[in-house]
Design a protein around this ligand. Structure first.
Ligand SMILES: Nc1ncnc2c1ncn2[C@@H]1O[C@H](COP(=O)(O)OP(=O)(O)OP(=O)(O)O)[C@@H](O)[C@H]1O
Ligand code: SF4
Ligand SMILES: [Mg+2]
Length: 328
């Protein structure tokens, strides 16, 4: 396994108490594989990704436990200096908002080039040439000229490509893309996703794709991990999960999307509201919204049950759900 997150816990100390943002996340991605992470707003998708990358602000965040194994090494035990080196060269992150992720006072050529001067000790001139190459590769037209432009001179879609170029620069083993296309219009979204999928194939990278868009997931992901209240509630190969979800929350998400092949469709929330991370319900955190809930769900936290060799579900009654008896 390229990356394996095991029983990760992250909490935030806030004025109103402790927010339990990540409560035992376990997921993994192999080289050359795309894992989609799906879930409503506030379910802990980004905080988990930030913990993996080592970019959480500690405090207010605190890692309460767990492991982040990258090629077998637990990143949580490394010194910041070692983590920084891995973060630059071995794993990279693409954010939703390129404009705030890029430096407004540096040309994109200097920003991409800096990766090569800092990490590879290249001359400025060589680094500039590599920047142009990369911009070509992510299909930014007239790269040789545009390398001198500043971020604000690019359209949203082109800026996102600049960020992808930066993520690819040092040929990382893993890319985490946190809603990389949410801010773009539908056609550009599709182009950027196609590009990511193509590059992932070409480079054999692992890709973790955080998204709200079920249409995108069906097209590009190999596996899905569904998050709820800071836990993975179901994980499965994409097509198995679409055919027959093994968790009532996943079923609710799928039922709320009439056509899975419809690009750009956002997740509509399942009836009821996600729980407050400062006061999570006891037992299964989903029980107040669950059509299958019964007494045991209010008291016993469901473990992540093994449904098959490739599937897992954190529901006491996953069999019923698989049989299709859980209408949302
Ligand atoms: N700096 C912080 N201080 C306090 N709470 C935080 C902080 N950052 C995140 N949280 C809380 O952690 C929980 C998980 O947040 P996270 O950003 O991971 O959600 P998400 O699944 O990425 O949602 P979205 O789809 O909206 O991006 C939320 O309840 C959020 O309020
Ligand atoms: S454990 Fe109970 S409440 Fe939780 S998802 Fe399963 S049936 Fe619903
Ligand atoms: Mg997020």
């Amino acid at each position: 396994m390229l990356l394996e997150v095991r029983d990760l816990h992250v909490e935030f100390r806030t004025r109103d108490g402790i927010a339990h943002a990540v409560n035992g996340v376990t997921y993994g991605v192999d080289a050359g594989e795309t894992l989609a992470v799906l879930g409503e707003s506030g379910s802990g998708k980004s905080v988990t990704a930030q913990a993996v990358m080592g970019i959480l602000d500690i405090p207010p965040a605190r890692i309460g436990g767990g492991q982040v194994l990258f090629r077998g090494t637990d990143l949580l035990t490394l010194k910041e200096e070692q983590r920084r080196r891995i973060r630059g060269a071995r794993m990279a992150m693409i954010f939703q908002d390129a404009l705030s992720a890029l430096n407004p006072v540096l040309t994109v050529g200097d920003q991409i080039g800096e990766l090569f001067t800092v990490h590879r000790g290249m001359s400025r001139k060589d680094a500039r040439a590599r920047a142009v190459e990369l911009m070509d590769r992510v299909r930014i037209p007239a790269a040789a000229r545009r390398v001198r432009d500043y971020p604000h001179q690019f359209s949203g879609g082109m800026r996102q490509r600049v960020m992808i170029a930066m993520a690819l620069a040092l040929e990382p083993d893993l890319i985490i893309a946190d809603e990389p296309t949410t801010a773009l219009d539908v056609t550009v979204q599709a182009q950027v996703m196609d590009l990511l999928a193509e590059l992932r194939h070409a480079h054999g990278m692992g890709l973790i794709l955080i998204t709200h868009d079920l249409g995108v997931v069906a097209d590009v992901a190999d596996r899905i991990a569904v998050m709820y209240a800071g836990r993975i509630v179901e994980s499965a190969p994409v097509h198995d999960l679409y055919r027959a979800p093994a968790h009532p929350y996943t079923r609710g998400l799928l039922d709320s999307v009439p056509r899975l092949d419809h690009k750009g469709r956002q997740l509509r929330v399942v009836r009821g509201l996600p729980p407050n991370p400062r006061s999570l319900p006891p037992g299964c955190a989903f029980h107040p919204r669950c059509p299958l809930a019964r007494e045991v769900c209010r008291t016993d936290v469901p473990p992540l049950y093994e449904v098959s060799e490739t599937r897992a579900s954190a529901c006491h009654f996953w069999r019923e759900c698989l049989d299709g008896r859980a209408g949302a």
